[in-house]
Design a protein around this ligand. Sequence first.
Ligand code: SER
Length: 315
Amino acid sequence: MERVLIIGAAGQLGSELTQALANIYGGDNTIATDINPQSLEKLDFCKTSVLDVMDKNAVRKLVKEENVKQIYHLAAVLSATGEKNPLFAWHLNMESLLFILELAKEEKLDKIYWPSSIAVFGPNTPKVNTPQYCVKEPNTVYGISKQAGERWCEYYFQKFGVDVRSLRYPGLIGYKSLPGGGTTDYAVDIYHKAIAGEHFVSFLSEDTYLPMMYMPDAIKATLDLMHAPKEKVLIRSSYNLSAMTFSPKEIFESIKTHYPDFTISYQPDFRQAIADSWPDSIDDSKAREHWGWKHAYDLEKMTGDILKHLPSYSF
Ligand code: SER
């Protein structure tokens, strides 16, 4: 079995993807790394190591010593956090990607996974059923770094044959990790408030539609793409990916059918402008055509599943 390295393994996506990878490759062949030592404790079903992706020597050493063949590079500063420290977000998101691509080229690694996002789109992008190819012009530093990153991924594939694969995730919603500084993370927080019996204050207005996806679908999409035969992966920047779209009002209503006393109010803040610059919905027909992508969860099914599991989940 190939050795797989996950960088940023304890984050929102990482914690669930690492479990799925360990199930496939085995705990001994799955190396979960994160900058935060404490967060690695819950990943005790595989190998773990504290790692700062900006420490190039340490990353290189680990890749060589452990004979790593695939890297899932998930460490990044997300949209809302990025706006608070734009230069740091740019530095971390871009430097780390360029280094991993360079390492893949030098060490002839088999495959690299790097997540992109709906944040690559901007105010001049068509908002409904946003196509794969269209005007981007992102206006957050996170989005700018993702767009530039996509170009670098395609460049390394075309010029050096690095087998790098990527998805433009919509807002990801899971119950196994806490909100992580993203604009779409209100849709994670809202479930926590509902089961705690608290009032929810939404930082987005009631009718702000954003593309969203339940974590099991995101994990499935990632593994489907990574396991697709090379000739089926025809887009080497990043694939549009979609499952559902909803507003704060609609997710509130879906939770209220389970928790009738749940209440919400709306106090849009700086994140409203970020959300307004992103699409309402995404056309992901290329992913469906090229490697057979199919989602399983809509809003109702997701809410039912989260409210079933979250109350007894321990962090
Ligand atoms: N979920 C991310 C964010 O809101 C977008 O990719 O920052």
